[in-house]
Design a protein around this ligand. Structure first.
Ligand code: ASP
Length: 335
């Protein structure tokens, strides 16, 4: 009996796999042959989607590009020296968290109560180990606390007081809440409150990397949306929504309207297009960012196991940068 039951189950799984491969939401062409040899390492970073030409003064542009360049350079140094993708993405995100221009760490936006509640996540594509924190208010570098959740606990996500206590126990650097005060974010809160609606976010930071051992990793950190409700958690610390990494497919870090990224499980959905439908990274990202998300929802940076980088957004701009072992090194804002 058991053997028949097993055969029956196998037949069902096979039928489902055939169905999945042969029908449903449009077909994806077979993977094209790679046009360039696989990169020995690759790195993409972002400083958030949602920037508009009207909101960015030309003199500010140069400052953002310099901040991105410094972070990209630091990540490249880790990967060039044979460091891990995990170390590279953490290092990049820590630097962007320390830069008051970006909406993460020091420059985080305020919630509706005038408090900075920070979210972050990191994921190791070689083991699917991952760690996140949400709603922390005194941790200088939330991305490093997320890594400790991954490495020192059996959990994935710690929030609020519990996360703060965990940080204290491990001697993680904490700061007075005033550390996160920046005039620009405070003014942004006042004008957003006056308009009586939450948002915008923007300038969330993230990084994805492939290292010389072929391991992928992803990291994302944010203050979330300006004037968000106290306790609101966005997509960045939600594994599979704003952050995901799996060596068999890709590493993803997102920025945009968090609720939409959670609703559509954006990061895992991109990986699923590759895993289940054989889509290339570019096709998978197009399916989700171009097809599932609505105009102005946001964007992603992504890298696959061959070091191919895709950075796609449906907003006017996205602060971003890419580098690889073939000599690519660029930072960009607009299309
Ligand atoms: N995705 C972030 C959030 O919703 C915000 C952003 O990327 O700008 O919390």
């Amino acid at each position: 009996m058991a053997i028949f039951r097993r055969i029956g189950r196998t037949a069902l799984v096979l039928a489902a796999a055939l169905l999945l491969a042969g029908c449903g939401g449009g077909s994806v062409p077979a993977r094209p042959a790679p046009s360039s040899p696989p990169a020995a390492w690759a790195l993409a970073i972002h400083g958030g989607a949602g920037v508009t030409r009207a909101s960015l003064a030309p003199e500010r542009e140069a400052e953002y590009l310099a901040g991105l360049q410094a972070a990209l350079r630091a990540g490249v140094a880790v990967l060039e020296q044979g460091g891990s993708s995990l170390d590279a993405v953490e290092q990049v995100v820590r630097l962007l968290e320390d830069d008051p221009l970006f909406n993460a760490g020091r420059g985080a936006v305020f919630n509706a109560d005038g408090v900075n509640e920070l979210d972050a996540a990191i994921m190791d594509g070689s083991t699917l180990a991952c760690g996140s924190v949400a709603g922390v208010t005194t941790v200088k570098n939330p991305i490093s606390l997320a890594r400790l959740v991954m490495e020192r606990t059996s959990h994935v996500l710690l929030v609020g007081d519990g996360a703060e206590r965990f940080a204290a126990e491990l001697g993680v650097e904490r700061v007075a809440p005033e550390y996160f005060f920046t005039q620009q974010r405070w003014d942004g809160l006042q004008s957003t409150l006056a308009a009586r609606k939450a948002g915008p976010g923007g300038e969330t930071v993230g990084a994805v990397a492939l290292d010389r051992r072929g391991n992928l990793a992803a990291a994302t950190s944010t203050g979330g949306l300006t004037a968000k409700m106290a306790g609101r958690v966005g997509d960045s610390p939600i594994i599979g929504a704003g952050t995901y990494a799996d060596d068999t497919t890709c590493a993803i870090s997102a920025s945009g309207k968090g609720e939409e990224f959670i609703r559509h499980g954006v990061a895992r959905s991109i990986a699923s297009w590759m895993e289940l439908r054989g889509a290339t990274l570019a096709e998978a990202v197009e399916r989700v960012v171009g097809g599932v998300l609505a105009q102005d929802d946001g964007g992603v940076i992504a890298v696959d196991a061959s070091g191919r980088i895709v950075m796609q957004f449906n907003t006017q701009g996205m602060f971003r940068g890419a580098a690889d072992a073939h000599g690519r090194f660029e930072v960009l804002i607009w299309e």
